[in-house]
Design a protein around this ligand. Structure first.
Ligand SMILES: Cc1ncc(COP(=O)(O)O)c(C=O)c1O
Length: 361
């Protein structure tokens, strides 16, 4: 048995241990087929059964309406930064972006290649440590894009943005909080997420897209960049990342057995509260994100003294708490505690922080 430590990585991130164990068994033989999961043709009966269960579970967990397609693509969330504007924007159109971090900025940069971008809100003035309440939309945006959870800064939208022209559709980069709480898909035109935080290994991008948008996308693009290509071919226009899809299916089974999205949300709230409650009471550590904007997925904190931060990270690593170093643009520490991160690991971290605080008072 591998000696696993507490892994606070922001992504690729910890996966449920039961999923990894089951995947290990199926590496040599998927079920009783005698052929390993990575060795099956994606068009064969055994793998098609995996793909069908994957989509069915995805629809069931998120309550995805029938007028939406569920696509499993490649190229990460980063390809969606470009694919969305190249399908729905042009030089005579404007898209509105809520800019709440470096990932939103990257999305804006791509959109500018294809049309006009209006920054509807931004929290750059405070190094993205809050979710702005002041939002000014343009009159007639093609779509409104936001990043539901800001992985680097530890901020998260509590609810979807509202108040924009109803002709526009809402687009969400949900890479770092997808399926961490119930979601009303009908409010969105497109939801996309790289899998590597809450859904599985890197290499798969989940895209949930309304049927009319699949049809409306620019048809003047290479096939792989049109949503209709993937929709018409059940995400198998080219060879999909079969192992990633299989793992995602196992993660969806695990979410279902944990009470679905409502169940994981309750667990995520309780788990994050352990850490935030301690941080509120601590006289050494404090959070970097504003209270009303704090993320349940990425908890960012500092001591206020860089040398102490460095010592903390080093001692934590030696004690079996890995990947706590914050992103360089924020500094300090970041504990990423996605769906699969166990509550016991948060309890253990808080005890370690208490001991560190006592020793460094
Ligand atoms: C919110 C968010 N968007 C986009 C990305 C980029 O994702 P990918 O590496 O899948 O392109 C990340 C990666 O961490 C992210 O956290």
């Amino acid at each position: 048995m591998a000696n696993r430590i507490w892994n606070f990585s922001a992504g690729p991130a910890v996966l449920p241990e039961c999923v990894l164990n089951e995947a290990r068994e199926n590496l040599l033989s998927l079920g009783n087929t005698g052929v390993g999961v990575c060795e099956h043709s994606h068009r064969g009966k055994a793998f098609v059964a995996v793909a069908e269960e994957l989509e069915a579970l995805c629809r069931e967990l998120a309550g995805i309406p029938n007028n939406y397609k569920v696509l499993f693509l490649q190229g990460g969330a980063s390809l969606q930064f470009g694919m969305i504007p190249m399908n729905f924007l042009s030089s005579d159109k404007t898209a509105d972006y809520l800019v709440t971090g470096a990932w939103s900025e990257k999305a804006v940069k791509e959109a500018k290649l294809f049309g006009n971008v209006h920054t509807a809100s931004s929290s750059k003035d405070a190094n993205f440590n809050y979710i702005p309440h002041d939002v000014t939309y343009s009159d007639n945006p093609a779509y409104v894009h936001f990043t539901s959870n800001n992985t680097i800064y530890g901020t998260q939208f509590a609810t979807e943005p509202t108040g924009y022209n109803s002709d526009a559709f809402l687009v969400c980069d949900a890479s770092s909080d997808i399926f961490s709480r119930p979601i009303d898909v009908s409010k969105y035109g497109i939801i996309y997420a790289g899998a590597q935080k809450n859904l599985g290994p890197s290499g798969v991008t989940l895209v949930i897209i309304r049927d009319d948008l699949v049809e409306a996308g620019n048809s003047d693009l290479t096939a792989m960049l049109q949503y209709r290509t993937h929709a018409a071919n059940d995400s198998m226009y080219n060879t999909p990342p079969t192992f990633g899809l299989y793992l995602m299916m196992l993660v969806f089974r695990w979410i279902k057995s944990n009470g679905g999205l409502a169940g994981v949300e309750a667990k995520n709230k309780a788990k994050a509260a352990i850490l935030y409650d301690y941080l509120a009471a601590s006289s050494l550590f404090s959070t970097t994100a504003k209270e009303d904007s704090r993320s349940l997925m990425n908890v960012t904190f500092v001591t206020g003294d860089e040398a102490k931060d460095t010592a903390f990270i080093k001692q934590a690593e030696a004690a079996g708490f890995s990947a706590l170093k914050g992103h360089r643009s924020v500094g300090g520490m970041r504990a990423s505690i996605y769906n699969a991160f166990p509550t016991e690991g948060v309890d253990a971290l808080v005890q370690f922080m208490k001991d560190f605080e006592a020793a460094n008072a």
